[in-house]
Write a protein of this length. Sequence first.
Length: 197
Amino acid sequence: MLFRWGRYVLKLYGGAMSRATLVRWYLEELQVPYEFVLLDMRAGEHLQPTFLAINPFGKVPAIVDGDLVLWESGAILLYLSRRYGPPLDPAAEAVQAQWILFANATLGPEVFVEARREQAMPRLVGGLDALLANQPFVAGDQFSAADVAVGSILFYIPLMLKVDLSPYARVSAYLARLGARPAFQKTMALRSAAQPA
């Protein structure tokens, strides 16, 4: 285990083109020191006993933070927010969790499954567009882990699906705000540029 300033450094495991990138984005936002352990997914490093001891399902991302081993990007974001983020009251924490779960359980599956996309886009992205008329971020006035979860899905809609989001002007402005953040530029922008066409 690495030590920095007398304490361990959180380890984040992921592939070059994986959802570990969004966890890196949030770690950079929080300015939490971490070591990124890049697994060669094509070579099957995520299926070797060393990594299966961390996540028995062989999926990334996963983190090791001291004695805690955690996988699933949404669970990781919630943990990082509670451990390293600004304190939230129970209601604000619940709203943040709602949006992280929405991103992973509703927005992503509905938009990225072709059979559902045509109906899902106006309902879900249109709903976000209406919400963003009244607040700058999905969970309210402040950037949070919820924006990492929702924003990362939204960023990949035009990149991976070649779907134009310009009809959703507020969503487009929201993505521009997120994309201008230094932590995004350091992590997600690199992945966006590397994303295959």
